[in-house]
Structure formats: structure tokens, C-alpha cells
Design a protein around this ligand. Structure first.
Ligand SMILES: NC(=O)c1ccc[n+]([C@@H]2O[C@H](COP(=O)([O-])OP(=O)(O)OC[C@H]3O[C@@H](n4cnc5c(N)ncnc54)[C@H](O)[C@@H]3O)[C@@H](O)[C@H]2O)c1
Length: 324
């Protein structure tokens, strides 16, 4: 349905982050001519793009996609065909600065949609998040599940999705939404309050700190390996209709009570696990429906224990480097 990406010039917002950098690698491997990245390095890291930059096919702007003139400058400079919008500030940031967490998610996509409306690029793939659903009203959560955000991060993401949907209706744009569930894999941020549960626990154990479980530990997540997400996104690019949303997830639920011991076991840690208070607004369950993605593409998933083991080994190597 959509032309394949070979030979195209692609803009990736947030491309020095976790998913964006894997997406950039994959785009280059698939034969894209040039990838332009805009990332303000809020959490992004140029190291994530080392391999991609070494190909000579990446132009990196350390700039802020919330600022419309920064985005304008990129469209003035480059003849962009397709945009993948991955820029965001991590969910936990919304507990520190609720307004800006919301604003980032909304402003970036509006800046892009305005350029698309004026014909400056053809197709937009916008990254949503399972967080827009809030806690499950029914399971598994399909794409029609009510949006009921519990954080300003998720509210901003839901608003951004609605912006994409309404621009498509109003201006007949070629824009579609992919909605990943929890991703894991190499390069996921492991520092500070913005890190996710797998990196935090891995790094605590690797640096001699005691791992923690917040709340009852019964909260469950549907973890998907980042390589499976970017693979699915590029396959969806060719077939997903404009204006539609597709969940990207696995059929596996794992609770924090099951996950933390798996990480401990990988590192041969058999010490204490501390119980802490539940984090405010933590959704209890994210059990996704994959029916739509499976109907659209050949959907291949990495077995969780295999993906977790290689991810934990990556953290071990990285922490080793950082401690040198
Ligand atoms: N990681 C997950 O589990 C997950 C799950 C569901 C959805 N998503 C979505 O996937 C996308 C990518 O997430 P990620 O996990 O790679 O996050 P990430 O934080 O690793 O990457 C986001 C990148 O955006 C950059 N950024 C932040 N504000 C910016 C701004 N104003 N201008 C330019 N760059 C800016 C950050 O520096 C970072 O490099 C996001 O839209 C996120 O909502 C991620």
C-alpha cells in the first residue's frame, strides 16, 4: 500500500533514544538513503547512534522538536519523505514536571503535522503508548479499549494520538499510529528516576544494591523486545491504513513478582528483595490484544527469556564499561 522505504530520506524524532536508535539502525539496514535525527538529548545519547553514524547516512541535530523553528529548520535543509515520531520525555518525568511531560508529547506532533499539512513530507508514523489505555477495563486490550490516561505523560500521548487522527480526517494526511506496550532491550535508559523496571533492577544488582519491588508486585506488563517492535513498525509501514492505530505487544503477561527473581537469577543474586510503597498512578495490568497486528503482517516475536538474557548481558557489559 505504501511505497517501501528504500532510497528515502527519513526523519526520526527522538532518534538518539532507546526505540528511535534501534529504528534508525533498522532503517539503514533496510536501505534508506539518509536518516535525519532530531534529539534534544534529554535522555538520548549519541553513543546509541554510533553504528548508524559510522555508515555516513545519519545527520544528527541536537535540537528540540518542541520548538517549531527547530523543526522548520530541518524541513528547510532536507527533503524529507517520511517521519517517525519517537520523541518523548519518560513517563516518570511527569511526576516531576507534569505540565512539560504533557506539552512535549503534544507540541512535537503538532509541529510535525503542520509540516505534513503543508505538503513538506508524505507519511507520518506516530508512536503512541499502551499507557493511554490506563488500567484495563476489559482484557485483552484491543485498539478500541477506552483511553483513560492516569498520568500527564499518558494524557499528552492520548492528546497527540487524537491530534493525528483529527489531522488525518481534516486534511486527508497519510499518518498512522503504532502503539507499543512495554519494550525492553539494549540501550534502554538505566540512569536516574526515569529508568524502567528491567534496567533499574539489572543495574541495582550489578552495582551491589538490593533490588526493589514497588507495591504488591502483582502489577503485570506485556514486555516486547525492541527489535521485534522496530521490525513490526517497518512491516506495518507498508500496509497500515492512514488514521488507524495498531497495538504492538506480545501475548505474555509477566508480573513484577515473577520478573525481579528472573533478573536476580541471571546474575546469580540470591540476596534480599526490598518491598517498597506502590508508585502513584501505576497501572495494574497491561494485557494486550495482538489480533490486529497479526492480521496485517507476519509477526515474529523473540521468546522473553532469550531476549531478557541478552539484554541483561548487554547491561553487564555496559555497566562494566561505565565503571572503568
Ligand atoms: N520504551 C517503551 O517501553 C515504550 C512503550 C510504549 C511506547 N513507547 C513510545 O515509543 C517512543 C520512543 O520511546 P523510547 O522508549 O525510545 O523513549 P526514550 O526516552 O528512550 O527516547 C525518546 C527520545 O526523545 C528525546 N526527546 C525528548 N524530548 C525531546 C524534544 N523535545 N525534542 C527532541 N527530542 C526529544 C529524548 O532525548 C530521547 O532520546 C515514545 O513515543 C514512547 O512514548 C515506548
Amino acid at each position: 500500500m505504501r511505497e517501501n522505504l528504500k532510497g528515502k530520506t527519513v526523519l526520526v524524532t527522538g532518534g538518539a533514544g532507546f526505540i528511535g536508535s534501534h529504528l534508525t539502525d533498522k532503517l539503514i539496514a533496510e536501505g534508506v538513503e539518509h536518516v535525519v535525527v532530531i534529539d534534544n538529548m534529554f535522555i538520548g545519547n549519541v553513543v546509541n547512534l554510533s553504528d548508524a553514524i559510522a555508515t555516513g547516512k545519519v545527520t544528527l541535530y541536537r535540537d528540540d522538536a518542541e520548538i517549531s523553528s527547530s523543526v522548520d529548520a530541518i524541513f528547510d535543509e532536507h527533503d524529507i519523505d517520511v517521519v517517525f515520531n519517537c520523541a518523548t520525555k519518560a513517563l516518570n518525568y511527569s511526576f516531576h514536571n507534569p505540565a512539560n511531560a504533557f506539552d512535549t508529547n503534544v507540541r512535537v506532533v503538532l509541529n510535525l503535522l503542520e509540516h505534513q499539512r503543508h505538503g513538506h513530507f508524505k507519511s507520518l508514523c506516530h508512536f503512541s503508548t499502551s499507557e493511554v489505555y490506563g488500567s484495563a477495563v476489559y482484557e485483552p486490550m484491543d485498539e478500541d479499549h477506552p483511553r483513560n490516561p492516569t498520568t500527564t505523560y499518558a494524557a499528552g500521548k492520548a492528546a497527540a494520538d487524537m491530534a493525528v487522527e483529527s489531522y488525518v480526517r481534516m486534511f486527508d494526511l497519510d499518518a498512522f499510529i503504532v502503539r507499543p506496550f512495554n519494550n525492553y532491550g539494549p540501550r534502554q535508559n538505566y540512569e536516574g528516576m526515569l529508568a524502567g523496571v528491567i534496567p533499574i533492577t539489572a543495574v541495582r544488582v550489578l552495582t551491589g544494591k538490593t533490588p526493589e519491588i514497588h507495591g504488591s508486585g502483582e502489577q503485570s506488563r506485556d514486555f516486547i523486545h525492541v527489535s521485534d517492535t522496530v521490525d513490526a513498525v517497518l512491516r506495518l509501514f507498508e500496509v497500515q491504513p492512514a488514521g488507524e492505530t495498531v497495538n504492538i505487544s506480545t501475548d505474555n503477561q509477566i508480573s513484577v513478582n515473577e520478573l525481579i527473581p528472573l533478573i536476580c537469577k541471571h546474575f546469580n543474586y540470591d540476596g534480599e528483595i526490598i518491598r517498597k510503597e506502590a508508585r502513584g498512578s501505576d497501572v495494574l495490568c497491561h494485557n494486550a490484544s495482538n489480533e490486529k497486528v497479526k492480521a496485517l503482517i507476519d509477526y515474529q516475536l523473540t521468546p522473553f527469556e532469550q531476549g531478557l538474557a541478552s539484554t541483561l548481558d548487554w547491561y553487564k557489559d555496559r555497566i562494566g564499561e561505565d565503571l572503568k
